[in-house]
Design a protein around this ligand. Sequence first.
Ligand code: N01
Length: 829
Amino acid sequence: MLDEASAGFIATLAESGLPPLHELSPLQARAAGAALVELHGPGPEMLRAEDVDCGRLLVPTERCRGVIVYYHGGGWVTGGLDEFDALGRRLAQRTGCAVVLVDYRLAPEHRYPAAAEDAWTALQWTAANLEEIAGRPVPLIVAGDSAGGCLAAVVAQRSREAGPEIALQVLVYPVTDCDLDRDSYLEPENQLIIGRAAMEWFWDHYAPDRAVRASASPLRAQTLAGLPPAVVLTAEHDVLRDEGEAYARRLAEDGVRVEHRRFGGQMHGFFTLPGLPGSAAALDFVAQAIDGEPSHFDAIVVGAGFSGLYALHRLRGAGLSVRVLEQGDGVGGTWHWNRYPGARCDIESVDYSYSFSEELEQEWEWSERYPAQPEILRYLDHVADRFDLRRDIDLNTRVAQARYDDERAVWHVTTEGGARYTATYCVMACGNLSTPHRPAIEGLDDFEGDWYHTARWPAGGVELAGKRVGVIGTGSTGIQLIPQAAAQAEHVHVFQRTPNFSMPAHNRPLDPDLLRAVKADYRERRRLARESLSGVPSSHPDVLPQRSALEVAPEERARVYEHGWANGGIGGVTLAFNDINVNADANGTAADFVRDKIRAIVRDPATAEALCPTTHPIGTKRICVDTDYYATYNRDNVTLVDVRSAPIVRLTPRGIETASAEYELDVIVFATGFDAITGAVLDIDVRGRDGEPLKKKWSGGPRTYLGVATAGFPNLFLVTGPGSPSVLSNMVLSIEQHVDWIADCIGHLRERGLDTIEATRDAEDAWVAHVNEVAEATLFPRAGSWYMGANIPGKPRVFMPYLGGVGNYRTHCEGVAGNGYEGFSVTAR
Ligand code: N01
């Protein structure tokens, strides 16, 4: 959503009655552009401001650490020295660089390549006069916005062979390609200041043949290798967004150091409009890149899912400067990525939602008992807008390294694109199920059909109708997807290695009366959830059964299980008695009950038997929750393939080959899960004190104190990390608890002038021992589950989540904080 200031600007513009640019003549458009820029008054005083051969020279009063050749925007048709004078001055003052504002010839009077030729001449002039301008040798920088960004990129490419040496290219929402059919051109909300029609109009004037050459469309260059380091700024609501980002990606792929930031809530033109707060932030970003200084924040948060969004809200509310770095191109975390058909939460929507804002609780209307992925993503998008979070989130930004600097007590965070940040606190909010696992099956490149991993499902969906589909994996994901795929595909082959226990969801629309009742009593509902075993009111100790499954008569036991089955959901059977998770015999009664259900639903006895789990106690691998999963095997177009007895050997051009047959397929779906709990954090090169890699520290399995911190890594916080209830709880509730605890902890440090906090080894050892002890007292370690890391070859087998229950865990965490952060050491420098 557009930020408030920009929206205000757009409203004023609309009131002025100015027709769209492309309905004007070039002369009228130039006059309109000039009037717009005049709104903002003159820029700061300069030591020198004089017109030179190629444009205007602006030298700041204080220091001159470089010279920027600046190419203004305006679609090669509008703009000029006077219109961009104020921006040039602000840029000079903020960066401490002299600015040469280039006066290039405009179209349509002078079409392509006149502007590019003038841009080149100006670069040569500046290089020749560099020392005279700065009084000493200084770096030469090229910069430009919009069409001027195009010219900056073009001269940077041309100088690669011919010189002069350019130290940095700064591309502000640059035009990089003449393809006007990218998504950002088509999104209605981007048609601000300039829209697709205006860009067509510009191209028609500048290069009517669309000049598909790199000297007009720099993205078309064969390679970008060897170009100067780049800073690329894009705006969320800009038709030019995608081509700017494509250029940033190409630069990075071709080995150029590039720092890209998408400015959330901003529109095309924001950089040149000093009245907008985004403009100052963008100027800061450019200045820091020129300085070579990383941007500093009080806290860097990695990830913009449920955790990252709330961490941003909470920490920013406490007065910290915060930047969220998110690898995806939208917020939502796991709900952004897992868009496969049937993706749905198995915690009830009224519980799987934030509790931090009563207004949010009251205004959001969930439509179903179990929310589907699109609805959850809408909710998170709403939260991002409602709490104005986007302006502090960098999307498409994957963190590569986080390194602790003992001397300065800061974290250095570097992204894959080369952007650098420093932060006092580093909050890992990168999720428990974020790193997809795709087994290394030979022959993937040979397969001539399409393949997808469910956790990287294309946003536009996948056409399964009439296709022969193979699904590998029968965990929660596969079990949700298979019935949906079967309803569309010509045929579905399910490649099952291990059957899982699944409970019916009995999903349904939420009754408005029920929703009203929940809202009227939300505080109490949340209290019960917080004190409960797994973070939902139905697992509160006061309502959990106190009886053993073995102490009741078989008829009574059957009645209780039937009731649980009829209710459905994750705990319907496993929470029906108090010993299902701890006593193998009790567990066996529940497992038998579900196996009998499978046999009753699935008509073919051999298929039913193959679907009955026998290798693990019920509940020790994540119980699945489904809609019509077992019944789907009664369809003619669904075949279960047992790949335990005849394993998958390889993919062939035509499909999947197992030890006993080849299956011809058009589409293969990998529903093969995640490198869970530790995968996302360890994907980042995290280094603590003395450069110790987290990967090394955790080589025998993760070690944390409370799942929130790890010794040797000061001021690093893990949201729902290993050793906390995490995946064995309602994640949203656990996330809120952790983020609140972290925010309070940081508040405690700041109030007392303390600089660092770090878990002690003793406290960590004791906590790890406790987590193991609790797990050992249950049946959970008996299953080769992803809770144990057993699904990833070579991963240490350690039970990672904390099984003590969220209520107890919360009390323990509060006790630690109440006792002055017992088990942590703090320092003041
Ligand atoms: O992943 P999984 P998931 N050949 O690891 C099979 C949450 N979630 O994405 O068991 C053949 O559970 C593997 O077989 P096996 C929820 O917490 C929640 O389904 O290793 N098969 C298994 O069947 C869940 O637990 C929701 O023998 C191979 C499957 O792939 C977690 O995410 C919805 C194989 C992986 O199952 C992960 O679920 C979805 C191979 N080489 C997910 N490699 C809800 O809220 C792997 N498999 C409802």
